[in-house]
Design a protein around this ligand. Structure first.
Ligand SMILES: NC(=O)c1ccc[n+]([C@@H]2O[C@H](COP(=O)([O-])OP(=O)(O)OC[C@H]3O[C@@H](n4cnc5c(N)ncnc54)[C@H](OP(=O)(O)O)[C@@H]3O)[C@@H](O)[C@H]2O)c1
Length: 320
């Protein structure tokens, strides 16, 4: 095995053009870590936010660095003490977040328990689309909101990477699922389990929805004040989870209105990924990949994602 590998490196913050494929040293696994040969890497909004200097840029420090958290691949080597994975195991994960993981590369190393065995019914490209988005859905709906059967859940940006998993998971938890999405996504989202859909381009959601137990806001207050407008659709004591970030003014407005409000940041979680793989393999959840591009076209993947119109996910292909 060569001691170097291809990776998408950026040497400065900026537009998609700062993403360049270069040769860098291949990482070595420390004790309790695995070296994973990456077959595909998922692309997330946090990637392009960080590339431009916001997102997790504060955690990664100054460039150069390698972006990317979502990976699917095969264990190549295990560090001392790893007992639950072995070379040849197909795994997927979102390691290290919010520290750098270097997922846009041929190899990553990370703690073994931040990975899980990849869903066996899908390929690496689909599996790489899952971790960050589906963990967000899981950690918001299961761990934070503790959604119960019969509750009314409103998901903003239901057609996006996180949203399409959230719709399916909320349905699986027994909720009445309401989503906002433009009309072209409605038939597809109904098929995933949405009970009511609102075309946000022509209808103000607060004019048609009320008595909601949980709002999962994936749009954020920075766009058309979606978070602030969501306060009024919650029942007293209901919960608003402001996934793109919670401003103090919004938290204060929620409190003044008698509803709860929570910030959120996704965390690596191997056991939850194992549960999610089970839901994919038993047909409860599916993963939508809109586009697969080669690693060398990471810049194009960012350009496409930054339009904000993606249905499901965009993925980088790295190895067959
Ligand atoms: N805090 C965390 O840990 C965390 C974790 C994951 C994601 N996030 C953040 O959550 C946000 C969503 O992430 P994502 O991966 O799901 O994004 P994404 O896949 O890029 O979202 C794209 C979708 O957003 C929809 N959309 C855009 N504006 C909308 C609006 N005003 N109302 C309803 N739908 C709208 C689009 O639907 P149309 O085509 O119909 O316009 C498109 O399907 C991002 O800001 C991301 O950074 C945070």
């Amino acid at each position: 095995m060569s001691s170097s590998m291809s990776a998408v490196v950026q040497h400065q913050f900026g537009g998609p053009q700062v993403l360049q494929v270069e040769q860098v040293p291949r990482p070595e696994p420390l004790p309790t870590e695995v070296l994973v040969r990456v077959h595909a890497a998922g692309v997330n909004p946090v990637d392009w936010k960080t590339r431009a200097g916001s997102g997790m840029a504060g955690m990664l420090g100054e460039p150069p660095f390698v972006l990317g958290w979502d990976v699917s691949g095969v264990v190549e080597q295990v560090g001392y003490g790893v007992t639950t994975l072995a070379p040849g195991d197909a795994v997927y994960g979102m390691p290290w977040f919010p520290r750098a993981a270097g997922g846009y590369a041929e190899y990553v190393t990370a703690p073994s328990r931040q990975f899980a065995r990849k869903p066996s019914t899908v390929g690496h490209e689909q599996a790489a689309a899952v971790p960050l988005a589906a963990l967000t859905a899981w950690q918001v709906l299961v761990d934070t909101a503790r959604v119960e059967p019969g509750q009314r859940v409103l998901i903003h940006a239901a057609a996006g990477g996180v949203g399409h998993f959230a719709v399916q998971l909320a349905k699986h938890l027994g909720a009445w699922v309401i989503g906002t999405a433009s009309a072209r996504h409605h038939d597809w989202l109904t098929g995933l389990g949405a009970d009511e859909l609102i075309d946000y381009t022509s209808v103000r959601f607060e004019d048609t929805v009320r008595d909601v137990d949980v709002v999962m806001d994936l749009v954020g207050d920075g766009s058309d004040r979606t978070g602030t407008r969501s306060i009024g659709v919650l029942r007293p004591g209901g919960l608003l989870v402001e996934v793109p970030g919670l401003a103090p003014e919004l938290a204060a407005a929620a409190q003044a209105s008698g509803v709860r409000c929570s910030p959120f940041l996704v965390e690596p979680d191997g056991p939850a990924l194992a549960r999610i793989a089970g839901l994919i393999d038993d047909g409860t959840m599916s993963v939508e990949v809109q586009e697969v591009l080669p690693l060398a076209q990471a810049a194009a993947a960012h350009e496409h994602g930054e339009t904000g119109r993606t249905r499901g996910k965009i993925v980088l292909h790295i190895a067959d």
